[in-house]
Design a protein around this ligand. Structure first.
Ligand SMILES: Cc1cc2nc3c(=O)[nH]c(=O)nc-3n(C[C@H](O)[C@H](O)[C@H](O)COP(=O)(O)OP(=O)(O)OC[C@H]3O[C@@H](n4cnc5c(N)ncnc54)[C@H](O)[C@@H]3O)c2cc1C
Length: 332
């Protein structure tokens, strides 16, 4: 009998739990520790912003996992002790034989200075909900989408928001009066996916009169003056939408598990943590280097596919087999 503990019941953690449950007999336990009662499906937020999805489609009901025989513990993991094979929440300690960390990424809203207090957060339900309510009353012309870093969750989402917003104003008969600009540190939109993809998205944005300010390293946002300050330039805005940098969850560093930057480094094939046989990790919390040296983007599609690889390898270990399943690098 073995116990698998999964930290996080989001895009990577929940399918891993279901997959493990299917592969393992009832003598084994599969436990998810999740801090949110109803975790949000972030990929739905852009559609929620423009009224194409409702609140009920944003939130995931994790209690359904119990039907699959997955045990749910409500709590926030504070620390992992790999030597003792224990996970600590504020309230309890849970022992494991195998651990899967699928805790996603947090957000660093502290940079650029002034950004968080100046506008709407495109990565939280609260921020997007407020923006959705504000849109019909918007009297200005300039909408700025500030992307804080190239290390963000779903690099395509800021452009998805821009396109959906332009369409929303078009449907209101107001698109001629509205100017949308994406300020991004990227050299060109989605250049990390190659010239072809970047060219295609740039063409689409141009067609819809959405401006992109590439290599924009925003230093400061001044909500009083409604100005965005770059190194050598400044721009006015009427409504600011921001997309904060991804940050590793602090419990990773507190547990002595992260690399230099605090992300988990896994074997890019098996999803086992480098140097560990009993800890696996998937999704946004990982930093997986591709053969070209680039890090895999933080995408739900990646987390989802990695979860099946980790689950197969962990189930194999509990059955006394070698972890032989490999992640192909496919991302959607
Ligand atoms: C606006 C937006 C749009 C997106 N659109 C897309 C898209 O169209 N396609 C796509 O592929 N990806 C998209 N993504 C990215 C996608 O949402 C993430 O890549 C994906 O959710 C990562 O899965 P994960 O399991 O690693 O993390 P998550 O899905 O974030 O799950 C992590 C879970 O762990 C829990 N948790 C965190 N810390 C703890 C702790 N200490 N203790 C207990 N529980 C904890 C969290 O509450 C959460 O439920 C989008 C992201 C955003 C922000």
């Amino acid at each position: 009998m073995g116990t698998v503990v999964i930290v996080g019941g989001g895009t990577g953690g929940a399918p891993a739990a279901r997959s493990l449950r299917r592969k393992l007999g009832p003598e084994h336990r599969v436990i998810i520790i999740e801090k949110e009662k109803m975790p949000a499906n972030l990929a739905v937020l852009p559609l929620y912003a423009v009224g194409k999805k409702g609140r009920r489609q944003v939130f995931r009901n994790r209690s359904l996992l119990k039907r699959h025989g997955v045990e749910l513990i409500a709590g926030q993991v504070q620390k992992i002790d790999p030597a003792q094979k224990k996970v600590y929440t504020g309230q309890e300690e849970i022992g494991y034989d195998l651990l899967l960390i699928a805790a996603g990424a947090e957000l660093d809203r502290s940079r650029p200075l002034g950004m968080a207090g100046a506008g709407f957060d495109l990565q939280s339900f609260a921020g997007v909900d407020e923006m959705r309510a504000a849109l019909p009353h918007f009297q200005g012309t300039e909408i700025a989408i500030v992307v804080a870093s190239t290390n963000i969750k779903c690099p395509g989402a800021p452009y998805e928001y821009a396109l959906l917003l332009e369409n929303w104003f078009y449907r209101q008969g107001r698109s001629r009066d509205i100017s949308i600009t994406v300020y991004t540190p990227e050299k060109a939109p989605l250049i990390m996916f190659g010239e072809k993809t970047s060219g295609a998205i740039a063409g689409l944005l141009l067609k819809r009169n959405i401006r992109v300010h590439p290599e924009a390293h925003v230093r400061l946002v001044d909500p009083g003056k409604k100005m965005i300050f770059l190194e050598n330039d400044s721009f006015p805005y009427d409504m600011l939408l921001y997309y904060a940098a991804a940050a590793p969850p602090p419990f990773i560093r507190d547990s002595g598990l992260g690399g230099e930057e605090g992300w988990l480094k896994t074997d890019r094939h098996t999803m086992a943590l480098q140097g560990m046989e009993d800890i696996y990790a998937v999704g946004d919390v990982t930093q997986v280097a591709t053969p070209s040296g680039e890090a895999l983007p933080k995408l739900g599609g990646v987390a989802h596919l990695q979860s099946f690889v980790a689950a197969a390898n962990m189930a194999g270990l509990l059955k006394g087999e070698n972890p032989g399943r490999a992640y192909s690098g496919f991302a959607a």
